[in-house]
Design a protein. Structure first.
Length: 267
C-alpha cells in the first residue's frame, strides 16, 4: 500500500516552462501566441496527440520524448489562458488530477483490495458517481469528437460491461455475415441512403469483431494505411525507374509491382 505525501511545490523545470509561456503571452511577447484562444488551439492539441501515437508506433523514444513535450506545452498554454481569465492555474490542474487519481485508486493509496482490472473499473464507476458524475446512460461520457472507429469501440465496450455482448467469436462472425448480406441487398436495390446505413453497420460490426479479439481498430487501420503507403510508393519508385508515368501503366503492371513490394516485406 502506498501513501501520498500531499501536493509538492511545482518543480523548477515545470516552473520554467510556465514562465516561458507567460513571457510568450505577455505584452512584449510573441504576436502569434498572444492572439491564440482556446478554440484556435484545439487543432494543435489533437495534432500533437496523434504525433505521440505515431512516435509510439515507430518505437522511437527520442521522438516520443519530443512529442510529449509538445503536448505538455499545449497543456501549459491552456492553463495560461485559464489563469488570465482568473479561472484556474496549472497548480489547480495538478491538484485536481492528483486528488482524482488518489480517490480512484484506494487499492494503491488506501485500504481497499481490488485484484482484477474489472474490479477497478467497477470502483471507478462508483467513484465517478461520488464525484457528481451521475449518468443517465452508461454510454454517456464517450466524447463525440473521438474518431468514429475509436468512439464505436468505446461505446461497444461500455455496453459489454453490463453483459450486452456476444458469447463467442462465431456469433460475431455470423452477425458480420448477416450485415454483409443486408449490404449486398441494399446495393442491388440501389437505394443510396440504405447503402450508407448498411455500410455503417458493417464498419460497426468490424469494430465489434476487433474488440472481441482485443485489437484496437484505430491501430489496425493505421497499420494498414502505412502498409498501403509503403507498397504504393514502391510502385511509384519503380515507375520512375522505368521512366513510365503511372497513368500510362496498366493495372496488371501495377499489380505485379504491388506483389513485388509484398514479397520484399516478407523477406
Amino acid at each position: 500500500m502506498l501513501r501520498t505525501s500531499g501536493i509538492v511545490p511545482m518543480s523548477s523545470k515545470l516552473k520554467k516552462l510556465v514562465e516561458i509561456m507567460e513571457a510568450l503571452r505577455s505584452e512584449d511577447g510573441c504576436p502569434w501566441d498572444k492572439k491564440q484562444t482556446r478554440e484556435s488551439l484545439k487543432p494543435y492539441i489533437i495534432e500533437e496527440a496523434y504525433e505521440i501515437i505515431e512516435a509510439i508506433e515507430e518505437n522511437n523514444p527520442e521522438k516520443i520524448k519530443e512529442e510529449l513535450g509538445d503536448l505538455l506545452f499545449q497543456i501549459i498554454f491552456q492553463c495560461q489562458i485559464g489563469k488570465e481569465r482568473n479561472e484556474f492555474t496549472i497548480s489547480d490542474v495538478i491538484d485536481s488530477v492528483s486528488d482524482k487519481m488518489t480517490a480512484r485508486h484506494p487499492h494503491v493509496f488506501g485500504e481497499a483490495e481490488y485484484k482484477t482490472a474489472d474490479e477497478v473499473i467497477a470502483h471507478w464507476e462508483v467513484q465517478k458517481k461520488r464525484e457528481g458524475k451521475q449518468r443517465d446512460s452508461i454510454l454517456e461520457g464517450v466524447p463525440g469528437t473521438l474518431p468514429s472507429l475509436l468512439r464505436a469501440h468505446r461505446i461497444q465496450d461500455r455496453a459489454a460491461r453490463v453483459g450486452f455482448d456476444w458469447e463467442n467469436i462465431n456469433d460475431v462472425l455470423a452477425k458480420f455475415e448477416e450485415e454483409m448480406h443486408e449490404f449486398k441487398k441494399a446495393l442491388a436495390e440501389k437505394r443510396q441512403s440504405r447503402i450508407a446505413d448498411e455500410l455503417g453497420d458493417i464498419f460497426f460490426m468490424l469494430v465489434n469483431l476487433s474488440r472481441f479479439i482485443d485489437i484496437n481498430p484505430e491501430d489496425a487501420l493505421r497499420r494498414t494505411i502505412s502498409k498501403f503507403i509503403r507498397r504504393f510508393r514502391y510502385i511509384e519508385m519503380k515507375a520512375s525507374e522505368q521512366k513510365k508515368p503511372l497513368p500510362e501503366m496498366t493495372l496488371e503492371e501495377m499489380d505485379r509491382l504491388w506483389d513485388e513490394a509484398k514479397e520484399r516485406e516478407t523477406e
